[in-house]
Design a protein around this ligand. Sequence first.
Ligand SMILES: *[C@@H]1O[C@H](CO)[C@@H](O)[C@H](O)[C@H]1NC(C)=O
Ligand SMILES: *[C@@H]1O[C@H](CO)[C@@H](O)[C@H](O)[C@H]1NC(C)=O
Ligand SMILES: *[C@@H]1O[C@H](CO)[C@@H](O)[C@H](O)[C@H]1NC(C)=O
Ligand SMILES: *[C@@H]1O[C@H](CO)[C@@H](O)[C@H](O)[C@H]1NC(C)=O
Ligand SMILES: *[C@@H]1O[C@H](CO)[C@@H](O)[C@H](O)[C@H]1NC(C)=O
Ligand SMILES: *[C@@H]1O[C@H](CO)[C@@H](O)[C@H](O)[C@H]1NC(C)=O
Length: 420
Amino acid sequence: MHHHLRPAMMPVLAAAVLLLATLSQAHNITRILAQHPEFSTFNHYLTLTHLAPEINGRTTITVCAVDNAAMDELLSKHPSIYTIKNILSLHVLLDYFGAKKLHQITNGTALAATMYQATGTAPGSAGFVNITDLHGGKVGFGAENNDGTLTSTFVKSVEEMPYNISVIQISKILPSAAAEAPAPAPTQQNLTSIMSKHGCKVFADTLSSFGDALTTFNDNLGGGLTVFCPLDDAFKAFLPKFKNLTASGKLALLEFHGVPVYQSLATLKSNNGLQNTLATDGANKFDFTVQNDGEDVTLNTRLTTAKITDTIIDQQPLAVFAINKVLLPKELFKGQALAPAPAPEPSAADAPAPAKGKKKKKKAADAPAADSNSDAPADSPGDAADDTADDSNGAVIPEGRSFGNVVIALGLVFGLPLVL
Ligand SMILES: *[C@@H]1O[C@H](CO)[C@@H](O)[C@H](O)[C@H]1NC(C)=O
Ligand SMILES: *[C@@H]1O[C@H](CO)[C@@H](O)[C@H](O)[C@H]1NC(C)=O
Ligand SMILES: *[C@@H]1O[C@H](CO)[C@@H](O)[C@H](O)[C@H]1NC(C)=O
Ligand SMILES: *[C@@H]1O[C@H](CO)[C@@H](O)[C@H](O)[C@H]1NC(C)=O
Ligand SMILES: *[C@@H]1O[C@H](CO)[C@@H](O)[C@H](O)[C@H]1NC(C)=O
Ligand SMILES: *[C@@H]1O[C@H](CO)[C@@H](O)[C@H](O)[C@H]1NC(C)=O
């Protein structure tokens, strides 16, 4: 929407932008807690662990804060920052509990899922908190896997914004062996094994069999990586098309499912727009657009609109999300769109895959009408110009866009060994 705006539209646009900004930032946990110095340590660690923006990106939640003395007790054990993040995530309930609701829990007891549960790293029911009404108006809290012991009690309500966020004080940190276990730094995570265990085995196996692609993913683990892994059914169905790709096409497709920055679900929900991928390489854009529809986050390549169906892991600096479709980059499938039995890419990309970041893909003879096949609404700004460049060029299209060269399209193949 950057072209052809009439000046008269500007105030309207500005108002709209302001409104959007206001809506997307309904609450700011850092600011709420800053008014209460007794929670300054808790607040500080919400920032250090990057939990604050995740809390701000969610609604219908309850933050169970503890005072500085309770935080000191936790910190005296010198947990790593990753462990602290797990522990504090257990203190963010994914439901709204104001003081009134806490004292009127149906049947006197409830289990609340937490942000720790949402990271996907909590074993069993360790990501749930038991809230129980006790005698004398007390409300007890305990981690669900803590032998049923309710170690903490409700102290007071700190701030209530129904039903966006409730901030309450509880007496102590909730003990949880699982959350307190030394958490591996995300850079030590075994990416393929995580994906395999969560419905993306075919994609993970395929990635494993492409050493170059896996290396690109792993190289980005430390600095920040977001992976969108297609679920097994989707990747299996895609396998015949994958086999038809050239070697460099296969590599690009896999790398198309990775983004070289960490993006939590909250960030994806609040930041719509173009995403470069691990396959992006100068002229070869290999990007897609993130769009939100209510609580759904979709990825739109203009040939595919895939939906995020699950958070497999979301721990700075690594996020892995399951998606319901394989992302088809238009650079590889343009002209085929949704048509059945597409012709294989007639490109020159048969040469052995060049080193990462140096891939060249010839876009020979793309059908001019290709873009009209898109099932995706919004063309991202710049696409029109890019496509023009593409078509006039007939070969590799180097455009100015060259941030990350790391997008990975993970979702592909479990049958890879056969393919290769
Ligand atoms: C939240 O509030 C803190 C402290 O006032 C401020 O530094 C931070 O920028 C705010 N965050 C957002 C996203 O507005
Ligand atoms: C409350 O208890 C009744 C009877 O045991 C049960 O049928 C009902 O599902 C419970 N409600 C909730 C919200 O747990
Ligand atoms: C919560 O813990 C209490 C005490 O151990 C137990 O009686 C209750 O059944 C638990 N509630 C739920 C919903 O599991
Ligand atoms: C809750 O958030 C919405 C926007 O997401 C906002 O319009 C509303 O005013 C907020 N409610 C409260 C009580 O702050
Ligand atoms: C990751 O796990 C797979 C098995 O799921 C194993 O084959 C591979 O060696 C592991 N990689 C690393 C770096 O540990
Ligand atoms: C793969 O390529 C062959 C030969 O061009 C073609 O006949 C077949 O339809 C293609 N299959 C798929 C699934 O694209």
